[in-house]
Design a protein around this ligand. Sequence first.
Ligand code: NIG
Ligand code: FE
Length: 419
Amino acid sequence: MSEPEMTMKGDGASGLIPCDVLVFGASEILTNQPGCGGNSMAVTAGKVVAVGDGKELRQLYSPRQLVDGQGLLGLPGFLDGHTHPAFAVGRAEEFDWRAQGLTYLEIAERGGGIHSSVRAVRSCGEEQLTQIVAGHFRRMLRHGTTACEAKSGYGLSVEDELKSLRAIRSASAQTGMTIYPTCLAAHMLPLEYKDRPDKYLQIICNELLPAVKEQKLAVAADIFIETGAFDVVRARTYLETAKDLGFALRVHADQFESLGGTELAVELGAQSVDHLEVLHDSGMEALAMTRKTYVGLLPSVPHFLRQQADAPARRLIQAGVPYFVATDFNPGSSYSASLPEAAHFARVRLNLSAQEAFLGITQHAAASLGVADVKGSLAPGFDADFVLCDLPDLHHLGYGFGENPVWRVFVAGKELNLS
Ligand code: NIG
Ligand code: FE
């Protein structure tokens, strides 16, 4: 910073630049931006204004508040690119059924699985659902997630999907969680439309999506392409409708069976296609050809479902396909709100390096949501969403598990009280 600029912005008496917050004494602050780093950071109006050496920044800035970094590791707030927070109750009993050998799809066929979450959401008032979603957001915030993609998908009617998306919006305002809401009306066929799939499709395409758009309740639309959920023909109708309405597309595909969902997602220019545990070569080729559609790696899911297959993450990364790492937080296939834990599974099951897992839960997740210019990094101009972690260095991210390394969480420069 040049001298004249300093004096101009200074507070007159001291010549120092006023700022809201100065974090000092971190072991290190990792910014995800080349050439930008240090153990100290200045924040004004919710934005990072400088990252550098603590002594130097203290000679330059006069902060309204000093934050002692306590030798902790400073990281950008984590971004979870795939979550289902709009559920009302957990499904812990299914965990036992699965131990008895029932598969995810068999549980769903019995009226359990997603259908039981739908019953619970439908019987929940909007205010009650809002408080539950806020509780889910607080759990995520406690583990360092300061922004998330947040799906509906347990309402499966016009009224209950709109209610879920409003609950997500209200819970975001209550907790400070930044949200990128997604309408997942095509999560599964609701039981009352079991034999009339096209009627349900018509309702969500002609009534629900336009209403969601008009009320600005979601920025993306998502679908579960799977046997027992939606086939590629219906998925095309839904996704093309959503695209025409201006929604970004995010897709669940190739989790249990390969039906061509990845190829369709790439063809339609989806922002992301997630799961991919049974990805076929043609899907891999489509992704590698364009390198535009992000793959959402959700390694907590096969762990939770006791599934052998994992997404071919190393091959995808090798082929230059952009990726992020997410929790898939939901009651049926990943009851974990922790991105550090997802980073652990990404390292153990997918063989990602610490740096790759870190990028997967920060900058890459932000890029998959189209916000990498403001989120997922900590250089000047970025949002001052950051976490202070009890980690000696980045190699320890996802090394330990079963413990929360996140000690302090800041959103727009303000510390959250999450106790
Ligand atoms: O991403 N695969 C589909 N949907 C969720 C699970 C939802 C549930 O079981 O409640 C998933 O794994
Ligand atoms: Fe999911």
